[in-house]
Design a binder for this molecule. Structure first.
Ligand code: NAI
Ligand code: 15L
Length: 268
């Protein structure tokens, strides 16, 4: 059991799920989000520590003493460079500097994204050795995060699972997500396995359920013992009834990153 688990981005979609579901794996959970975000009341096992990821001193203090970190905080879709840089470039540097300086060496889950590999065609099959093909500034920031995880592992032995999350929502919302969807149950099981396995290293994991239409191969991380149980196929008939599939020449049908590949650079 972890002594103190830090969850960043705790008021976000996935941070809130982690807050609710990860209680059994840690004695204390330290919850953080940006100042002003509504973290609510602290339960007896919780600590609330708001801070902006762009504030180096505050992030280093946030990380101190935590033996586990689920790093969900950050800019979670495409945005202008200042926004992406502050949360996902500076923020990740601050988090790893906090980890390096901490009195306790933490194990980290980094919420990477399928947008780190978004420009691969949907006809291609990827595994942990597939080189990045980011589909925007946001995707580039996730590649940066994976590189930071790798460097801090090689130099300082800090272990991180970089999870290239597909689409983690209650249900898949469109035809593309029949391939990219990850259920909350499967994600929580993955997080538990990452903290349970004796040696983690610094793997890349594709964050998707056992989808019949998957593009991703997680054989390289079989040692985690993660066995996703859900399959987006259970929603195919519902999605077919709700919408037409995208035309074959649409980015949503061509590229793994879908609509993000059709988005330009956000200038402000
Ligand atoms: P979200 O946008 O709901 O939550 C992100 C949280 O980070 C928010 O609560 C926000 O206030 C916080 N945050 C943003 N900038 C910050 C800053 N400068 N300082 C402190 N906190 C800041 O996103 P969601 O869906 O919960 O995703 C969590 C993580 O997983 C994100 O890093 C996202 O990029 C990644 N991800 C999520 C996917 C999904 O399907 N939900 C897919 C791929 C990656
Ligand atoms: C992401 O990286 C986003 O954080 C999430 O909101 C979804 O857009 C997801 O990718 C996706 O590609 O479906």
């Amino acid at each position: 059991m972890l002594k103190k688990l830090l969850i960043t981005g705790a008021t976000g979609n996935l941070g809130a799920v982690c807050r609710e579901r990860l209680k059994p794996i840690a004695e204390t959970i330290r919850l953080s989000d940006r100042p002003g975000a509504d973290l609510g009341q602290a339960a007896p096992h919780e600590e609330l520590v708001p801070c902006d990821l762009g504030d180096k001193a505050a992030v280093e203090a946030l990380v101190e003493g935590c033996d586990g970190i689920v790093h969900m905080g950050g800019q979670s879709v495409e945005a202008n460079w200042d926004t992406v840089r502050n949360a996902n470039i500076d923020g990740v540097f601050h988090l790893y500097e906090g980890a390096r300086k901490s009195s306790v060496k933490p194990r980290i889950i980094f919420a990477s994204s399928n947008h780190a590999i978004g420009y691969y065609k949907q006809t291609q099959r990827l595994d942990a050795n597939s080189t990045p093909r980011p589909d925007g500034l946001y995707g580039v920031s996730k590649v940066f995060g994976e590189a930071m995880a790798s460097m801090y592992h090689d130099k300082y032995g800090i272990e991180t699972a970089s999870v290239r999350i597909g689409s983690c929502f209650p249900e898949p919302k469109n035809h593309r997500m029949l391939s990219t969807w990850m259920s909350f149950d499967d994600f929580m099981q993955l997080i538990e396995r990452v903290f349970m396995v004796p040696r983690l290293g610094c793997p890349i994991v594709y964050g998707a359920s056992a989808n019949g239409a998957s593009w991703w191969d997680n054989r390289e991380v079989a040692y985690l013992g993660w066995q996703p149980k859900d399959n987006a196929e259970q929603f195919r008939a519902k999605i077919d009834a709700e919408m037409d599939p995208p035309p074959a020449d649409d980015v949503n049908a061509l590229y793994q990153g879908g609509a993000f590949c059709g988005d330009g650079i956000h200038e402000d």
